[in-house]
Design a protein around this ligand. Sequence first.
Ligand code: MIC
Ligand code: SF4
Length: 647
Amino acid sequence: MGRNIVEKILEAHYVAGARSAGGEAAIRIDQTLTQDATGTMAFLQFESMGLARVKAELAVSYVDHNTIQVGFENADDHAYLRSAARRYGAVFSKPGNGICHQLHLERFGAPGKTLLGSDSHTPTGGGLGMLAMGAGGIDVAVAMGGGPFYLNWPRVRLVRLTGALASGVSAKDVILKVLERLGTKGNVGWVIEYGGPGVAGLDVPARATIANMGAELGVTTSVFPSDRVTRGFLAAQGRETAWTELKADRGARYDDTFEIDLSALEPLAACPHSPGNVATVASLAGLKVNQVLVGSCTNSSYRDLKTVALLLRGRKVHPDVSAGVAPGSRQVVLMLAREGLLEHFISAGFRLLENACGFCIGNSVSPETNGVSLRTCNRNFEGRSGTSSAQVYLVSPETAVAAALSGVVSDPRALTGLSAVKRPKSFVVDDSMFLYRETAGVGVPDAPVVRGPNIGEPPVGKPLPAQLEGVVAIKVGDKITTDHIMPAGARLKYRSNVPQYARFVFEGVDRDFAARAAANRDAGRLNIIVAGESYGQGSSREHAAMCPMYLGVRLILAKSIERIHLANLVNFGLLPCVFADLADYDRIQAGDRLTCGDLHAALRGDGVVTLCNATQGFDFAVRAHLTERQRRLIAAGGLLPSVAAGP
Ligand code: MIC
Ligand code: SF4
């Protein structure tokens, strides 16, 4: 029988385990990517596990998130990461080089390879035909050290593209259409494979935009074929030798298929406060806009920014709008500069922001109170922009410019001067901000590792107790994101200092949570989190498991839990359970005392465990869907203590 692209890549990297949907398999990882907000912990864990050097084909350590550097903390992290890259054999991308996903696409990605990154938008590499996945830092640390990555063998959905995009409609509108169709929950365990005649009309940056925001669906990843377009992109990057063809066999089987006619698409927007809350731009037309920001790993390519620059030529930003641009990489900035395109941004009145994550992670350029902000990024969770009352809409670069010029949401198809930006014959290549390429994979064993005062030790969990005596420390609703659990923005600088960062767990949801949980912990009671559907959506930040663990949380009872977060919970020894009967979610209240005589029952047999609500006097059942490997990790208190305990 014919194979699809996902099967081809997975089978070429298969190491052990199940090969049927839902079963856990181990696969080999060719390349890894880390960034400074998650990478510091990943490298600390790499060191704690006693791994000697990078054994993956390539490991790149990027600095792109915390580049604000107010105070010493960010710079301490950068110094640590630089020295660790040198010592252990990773390539180091200096701050100012650009956003990890954009840079990886430009300079390292290759069709048919596997890429594991400590960032949920690692699937951007799917635009080049990679099987690129996000994971927690500790999983990436294992892969850097040459260990396999465990994933559930996915189901594959073909999204068949036909037709061609109209002028003024672009890749962002395609992925927003997919989000409208599939929503942000219920897609765990799937991979999306794009195919059909419409693919050939999408350049690699467009494919990357679509694959990037697949993260918001909750799928494991998204992948495009590798074809002539891919080859042309790699050739223009001076890397044609990295190209191989990748396509589905005739008669390839898919678990589901749907079609999108690109010609029928119109400009779309994700409305507050979810990427799945999609409406047409036409239906929002006339809404007054305070801020417009172009950038982030979704829409900061040369193609996107040149499109914007050409539309700004000879025009001015509306006086009531504050507009800014954050290019994706130094290559993009250099190309804009050489072609005289930066001038259009400057003379139109755009603010030039650093080529880094910047506004996207909410550590700068927050909107005013109640402000309406149109952004080209991928997430608009409440408060993520840094302003809790802000109304953030996610749009294409074209829709962003139309609003910047008119001051209101307006249809970009009405703009004059729209032109299709073609891929250049060759991109400007200057790799001088990638350090330690010559020692990559080897390292410098006696090189010192620099540890400033912001560099803490990764916390190590304790074995699972036999009996549970716990209290529901918080009850939350559906779609709780890792941004809710562990706020980023101004709190980002504590990423390498868990005791500090743990003070802010659930900060925006319940300010008293951290103090209450710490008091329970200190009184010898375990903390329990009760949650609704899709708990742990969004970012891959493993701090959303690690910091609750530090506060004594041991059990999560939810209606459903997202993939990366579930893996992170297991890696830190927290027991993730789902309600056997969803109605029990409604009965349990915050503050209830829950007990269980045999918690280890969840680690045996069918994983069903009966808990007693001692406060209200009823029993209920929950289920832990765990593999043998995951059960061992939870019993040991997580990956670090289980490595310390040996095989
Ligand atoms: C994000 O977009 O939320 C981040 C910041 O890039 C995260 C990683 C992190 O929390 O450091 C992600 O997407 O995984
Ligand atoms: Fe950076 Fe934003 Fe992309 Fe996350 S989503 S990697 S914060 S640009």
